[in-house]
Design a protein around this ligand. Structure first.
Ligand code: HEC
Ligand code: HEC
Ligand code: HEC
Length: 408
């Protein structure tokens, strides 16, 4: 049997040929398909964990109010969006409203999709109408707390946190920069994961792409200008990472693996370059230097590193380009929030296979082998070896995450 991931991948394969030749000869439907890919609609609207039918919804998403299940957006009349008009669809993406007018949860990234102009949203609509109808009804709200009250409260939330309106180009910047800004802030909704939210769940403008934690993963700072999290990546490193799923530094894993697998690897070179140009233009303020770790902690961490990690990542943390991530200089290793770092060590890591690099790369899990103290010392060591600098991690940080993950 062929799984949901494979079917989605096959469906996207055709775009590879057309993508190279993106030009005005594209039909509205083809443009819509490309924009749907740039928006990664399919990965949320498919129950990837249970081999669900692509576009038929059913994926569970965590929200602060409980679990929400994504709806079916195939063209089925009864359970999908077969009866939706262009206007209904525009209102959903632009205003975050359902067909009956009620407010949608911002787990659907309409706060980003609102940047898409009408012609782009109409094109996606045309494309979705070509998806064969699938009957699939989900009961999205059974686990949510007081769903109706929450939906009503969203209108108040929107007033505070939702800046509705299409993308407005900055005329002082190049076309390429503007295209990148559009893709990142609109369809690509990178900030949905990479921008920290306030306690009410609104993305904070002054934290734009400075890193955020969701569902026990930390999506790191991806500003590429001076002092940004990926300042040490070149323009071409960003293009290679998003377009082929590998670069000299690392490879995408977990939720980012999904973004590359279903979305960015299918974008044109021109669009990837535009995204890179935009990210490289985002500067940041220098981080405060952390205190050096205690000598005993450093020594203990180093010993654990040599025994368990150096075989792949090398004694000097240089890794092996396109195989084993480079830990010297790594943004994820030095990031203030150690969630992803602790989690990779506990659970291991799989870099996703991509069209250009079909071989998956795996790192083993160490949860059974290393205790909380050993992992804490190991991380504190890596954060302060090889020219790295980052705050120490405590055994209780590791214990807390281990416990949370065990409950999931
Ligand atoms: C990050 C996950 C995510 C992404 C990406 C996403 N959606 Fe959704 N979508 C949701 C969730 C969750 C809901 C349900 C929101 C609610 O009911 O409050 C939803 C609801 C919808 C609805 C309303 C359906 C109905 O029956 O009321 C439409 C239409 C829709 N999405 C289309 C799209 C399109 C088109 C894209 C890509 C441009 C997209 N979605 C991308 C999560 C996502
Ligand atoms: C669904 C959540 C999600 C979305 C949407 C998302 N990311 Fe990520 N991203 C992550 C997570 C989690 C990580 C950390 C795991 C990893 O490195 O694989 C990450 C890592 C990265 C990295 C690697 C940084 C490093 O130092 O290794 C880059 C670059 C990146 N994302 C760029 C983007 C861009 C550009 C977009 C928008 C097109 C985007 N991401 C959208 C969740 C997301
Ligand atoms: C069998 C080889 C192997 C061993 C042993 C190994 N790793 Fe990894 N590691 C990988 C692979 C493969 C990846 C993911 C692919 C990639 O990013 O290149 C990875 C990714 C990472 C990352 C993500 C870094 C980034 O910037 O993306 C960290 C951190 C990491 N490993 C730390 C460790 C630590 C700490 C140990 C020892 C406890 C360890 N690894 C042992 C192969 C290994």
């Amino acid at each position: 049997m062929i799984g949901a991931r494979a079917i989605v991948a096959l469906g996207l394969a055709g775009i590879m040929q057309t993508a190279a030749a993106q030009d005005l000869s594209w039909s509205e439907m083809e443009r819509g398909r490309y924009l749907a890919i740039a928006s990664n609609c399919v990965s949320c609207h498919t129950d990837l964990d249970h081999d669900g039918t692509p576009w038929a919804g059913g994926r569970e998403m965590e929200t602060p109010f409980g679990v929400i299940v994504t709806p079916n957006i195939t063209s089925d009349d009864a359970t999908g969006i077969g009866r939706w008009t262009r206007d209904d669809f525009w209102r959903a993406l632009h205003e975050g409203r359902r067909r009956d007018g009620s407010y949608m949860y911002p787990a659907f990234p309409y706060t980003h999709f609102t940047r898409m102009p009408r012609q782009d949203v109409d094109a996606i609509y045309e494309y979705l109408r070509t998806i064969p109808p699938v009957e699939a009804d989900h009961v999205p709200e059974e686990e949510l707390l007081l769903p109706l009250q929450v939906r009503t409260a969203i209108s108040a939330w929107n007033a505070l946190h939702f800046d509705q309106g299409v993308f407005v180009p900055d005329l002082d910047k190049s076309d390429e920069w503007n295209r990148g800004a559009y893709l990142v802030t609109g369809p690509g909704h990178c900030g949905a994961c990479h921008t920290d939210r306030n306690i009410l769940g609104g993305e904070q403008e002054d934290e734009f792409l400075r890193g955020a934690t969701l569902e026990n993963w930390h999506a790191p700072n991806i500003r590429g200008g001076e002092h940004g999290g990926i300042a040490h990546w070149s323009h071409d490193d960003i293009v290679a990472y998003l377009g082929s799923g590998r670069n000299e530094h690392t490879a995408p894993m977990t939720r980012m693996g999904e973004v590359v697998e279903f979305s960015t690897q299918h974008l044109t070179e021109g669009d990837l370059s535009a995204i890179a140009t935009y990210l490289k233009s985002l500067e940041d303020t220098p981080r405060d230097a952390s205190d050096p770790p205690q000598e005993a902690v450093f020594q203990a961490g180093q010993a654990t590193y040599f025994d368990n990690c150096a075989a792949c990542h090398h004694a000097d943390g240089s890794g092996e380009a396109y195989m084993f991530a480079r830990l010297a200089g790594s943004n994820k290793v030095q990031s203030d929030d150690p969630t992803t770092l602790i989690r990779i060590i506990l659970e291991g890591a799989q870099a996703i296979p991509t069209n250009d690099h079909p071989g998956p790369l795996a790192m083993p899990a160490f949860d059974w082998k290393l205790d909380d103290d050993q992992i804490a010392d190991l991380i504190t060591y890596m954060r302060n070896a090889w020219g790295n600098n980052g705050p120490a991690v405590s055994a209780s940080d590791v214990a807390d995450l281990r416990e949370t993950l065990a409950e999931d």
